[in-house]
Each structure stands twice: as C-alpha cells, then as structure tokens.
Write a protein that binds this ligand. Sequence first.
Ligand SMILES: CC(C)(COP(=O)(O)OP(=O)(O)OC[C@H]1O[C@@H](n2cnc3c(N)ncnc32)[C@H](O)[C@@H]1OP(=O)(O)O)[C@@H](O)C(=O)NCCC(=O)NCCS
Length: 261
Amino acid sequence: MGEIEMEEVDTENVEDLVNLCIPPEKKEDKLFIEGAEVKKRWTDQVIKRYGSCALLAYLNEKPVGMIQFLPRPDEKLIEITCIFVPEKENLRKGIGKMLLNALIEEAKESNPYFDNDSAFALITWAFQVPGRYPQHEFYKKMGFRQVSEDEPSLLYYPLKQGYVYAPKSEKYIPQEEDKGKALIFYDPSCPFCIYFSEKIKESLKEVAPNINIRMVNQFEEVEEVKKRGKISFCIVNQKPIASFFLDKGNFQKEVMEALKR
Ligand SMILES: CC(C)(COP(=O)(O)OP(=O)(O)OC[C@H]1O[C@@H](n2cnc3c(N)ncnc32)[C@H](O)[C@@H]1OP(=O)(O)O)[C@@H](O)C(=O)NCCC(=O)NCCS
C-alpha cells in the first residue's frame, strides 16, 4: 500500500468530498446531482464560517476516506456528522483511525468561535448503514463513550479532563403552522439527502395523497429547527414520526395515526 495523505477540505478539493459518498452508479441520477449541489452549498457555508468542515484521506492521490464535522460554538463541541471509507479494498488499513486521530488533534487547538478556547468534546450520532461496519462500534473502539443507556448511537469523546457531556433536555414544541402538514427535515451535509427526502415524500403520498409537504434544510433553516425543540426527520400534523422511513409499514401507520388526531 502507498502512503496515506491527509488534507483539510477547502475550496480546492471540495468536489472530492462531495463525490466520495456518491455510489458510481448514482452519479448521473438527478436526485444525487441535486444532493451533491446541496452538500456543496453546505461545505461552502461551513468553510466560510469555521474555516473547515472535513478531512480527506488520499491514497495514491485518490480520495479514499473522509471525516466531516460541524463546530457547535454555543456548547463548545465539535459534532462529527459522518466518517466513511467507501471502498472495501481500503478498509482495515488504518484510514478511519488516522482521520479520527487527526481531527482529535485539530480539535485540541483554540479557535475564535470557541472564544479562543478549544472544544470540550467531540460528539456524534453514530447512525448505522446496512452492510457497513457500524460507526458506533468503531467510535467505541476509539475511546468514545455512550451518553446514556437509552441513546446507544449518541457518543462523545472528552477533550478536557473531567468533562462529561450532558445533552440539553429538549421537548418537541408543536407549531400551529404545522397543523395538517408534513415537514421533512433534511441534513444537507449528506448527498443522499434529496434521494431520502423523495423516498419519504413517496411514502407520505401513498397514505396521504393531498398532504402539503414542506422541506426544511437543517443547516440553513436553523431557526425552524430550534423553535420546534426536539424533532425527528419528519413531523406530520404536529407529531414527530419515530419510525424510520425505511421501515415503511410502521412509518405509514404512524403517519395515518398522526393525521387522525
Ligand atoms: C468505520 C470505518 C470508517 C472504519 O474505517 P477503517 O479505515 O476500515 O478503520 P481502521 O482500519 O482505521 O480501523 C480502526 C479500528 O476499528 C475497528 N474496526 C474497523 N473495522 C472493523 C471491522 N470490520 N470489524 C471489526 N473491527 C473493526 C478495529 O478495532 C480497528 O483497529 P484494528 O484494525 O487495529 O483492529 C469504516 O468501516 C466505514 O466507513 N464504515 C461505514 C461507516 C458509515 O456507515 N458511514 C456512513 C456512510 S453514509
């Protein structure tokens, strides 16, 4: 194996980051083309605000892995939004570990958006992708701690001695304007976001053909997220839907129950 090189993502190599997660057979799919544009806009905005949003690993000048993140200045935390080494042949070669260790070192530096302090911790929602080595297993092996027993995917890595992460206790705040409507909250840092949103829309329309659906970009429309408190990826008639959209039967059942209220 050649030498792995690490690069901070900036305006020069942002396309490498955007394209890394898109499967080759989806490159021409219009939902992924739009997803890539949304992600590109997210990276430009985060780079402008915080200087960086990801680290990329290169092997023989080809991008082979990434870790991406978003500082949360109000809590002095850095949220890892994703880590990914897509190709089988590159797994278990230490790329994931190298990316994470580089981010840990970077996070120890002081930053103006943390009042010239460094981050208290790295946190992550380690979501699972079928057929892939689960992120939470990886992070736990790398020393991350589970925040609480009932949230197995919420993990953190303290950067200051004695720091314990306690998430703000939040409740969902129903909004009058959401009555009778569906809202989809999508994560613009993922190029699958538009494809997933279309799948959610299809599922919604099957059980509620005339429902008004509003898309909310979780980064650009942060006030829309904040004012609703604890949300899920989809809210129907003022009720956050708990079942994941890939679990179509339960998702649609919950949607119908929400509409009956
Ligand atoms: C998690 C991930 C980034 C790890 O990348 P990687 O480069 O293969 O990891 P590393 O080689 O640095 O492994 C570090 C340690 O993690 C653990 N590990 C990684 N893959 C493992 C596997 N398949 N089985 C068991 N342990 C594993 C091991 O402890 C390993 O250390 P070791 O090789 O010294 O035993 C990679 O598996 C991945 O991309 N998984 C999918 C993550 C995902 O779903 N992302 C969202 C995509 S949309």
